[in-house]
Design a protein around this ligand. Structure first.
Ligand code: HEC
Ligand code: HEC
Ligand code: HEC
Ligand code: HEC
Length: 159
């Protein structure tokens, strides 16, 4: 009777490890993008891809070309620090190549749009005007279903 080789289990174990490493290297070579930047650890083609997307948001200056008066008006009021697009949606949905292509979003029946910013949250600065449920009910004895814009103008919110 031949004795089993006392080292054969070690050889098999080594074969499994080597096999595993080879399979890992093959999969890695297949799935790693060609432009992978090993130094900074990102796909360098993604820069060009991101730059090729059309800009959706233009910032307040982009509105001023056509709505100069509104920009000037807003700048005088408590809402001066706001982005127009936070209420009216992205520039790209409203203007393309310098022409109006669709109506901007206008929510003049809103409660939630105001509370989006003015609802009470623990992470907001204490002096930021914010409402919890109780304070909304107390606020000017607001009746159920009453909208904020019944008393407040969005651009010039202080009544
Ligand atoms: C807090 C939300 C909010 C912000 C911020 C805001 N708007 Fe408005 N805007 C409204 C609402 C709501 C209306 C609808 C009319 C109304 O109720 O006064 C409106 C109306 C308008 C109108 C049409 C009526 C008009 O006054 O000519 C234009 C144009 C406009 N906004 C542009 C802008 C621009 C430009 C900015 C930034 C400089 C801006 N808005 C910032 C909420 C906002
Ligand atoms: C190329 C010009 C142009 C630019 C830039 C532009 N708008 Fe307008 N916008 C218009 C025209 C034209 C109207 C319709 C006539 C009017 O109310 O003055 C309009 C109307 C609006 C209205 C009223 C609702 C509607 O669509 O009729 C709002 C609100 C508005 N724009 C917001 C904005 C905001 C916010 C920006 C910047 C992100 C912006 N617009 C940038 C041309 C422009
Ligand atoms: C994108 C965020 C945002 C939205 C949306 C928004 N607000 Fe404001 N609001 C602010 C900021 C920021 C201030 C300035 C707070 C300050 O001066 O400390 C402010 C100030 C105010 C003030 C003046 C508070 C004071 O100190 O006297 C009133 C009133 C007000 N908002 C009401 C509204 C109403 C009503 C709406 C809905 C039409 C609304 N806001 C929508 C962010 C927002
Ligand atoms: C019935 C009219 C009315 C309604 C509806 C109303 N408000 Fe007011 N709000 C006022 C008046 C008047 C003031 C100024 C005096 C005061 O503080 O009571 C005020 C003050 C504010 C202030 C600044 C002072 C503060 O209490 O921190 C904010 C922010 C505000 N309102 C947001 C809102 C929001 C958001 C809504 C909708 C959920 C709303 N308001 C609905 C009348 C109203």
């Amino acid at each position: 009777m031949t004795q089993p080789n006392p080292k054969s289990h070690l050889i098999r174990l080594a074969a499994v490890i080597v096999g595993g490493i080879v399979i890992f290297l093959i999969i890695k070579a297949v799935v790693t993008p060609a432009s992978w930047n090993y130094k900074d650890w990102y796909r360098s083609d993604s820069l060009a891809l991101n730059a090729s997307y059309e800009t959706a948001y233009g910032g307040n200056d982009s509105c001023a070309t056509c709505h100069q008066e509104v920009n000037e008006e807003l700048a005088e009021f408590k809402h001066k620090s706001l982005s127009c697009e936070s209420c009216h949606g992205a520039l790209a949905d409203h203007v393309k190549d310098g022409e109006k292509i669709a109506d901007a979003k206008v929510d003049d029946q809103s409660t939630w749009q105001c509370l989006n910013c003015h609802a009470a949250r623990v992470n907001k600065p204490v002096n930021f005007p914010q409402f919890d449920k109780k304070k909304i009910e107390e606020h000017r004895e607001m009746e159920d279903g009453m909208i904020c814009t019944a008393c407040h103008t969005p651009h010039d919110p202080v009544p």
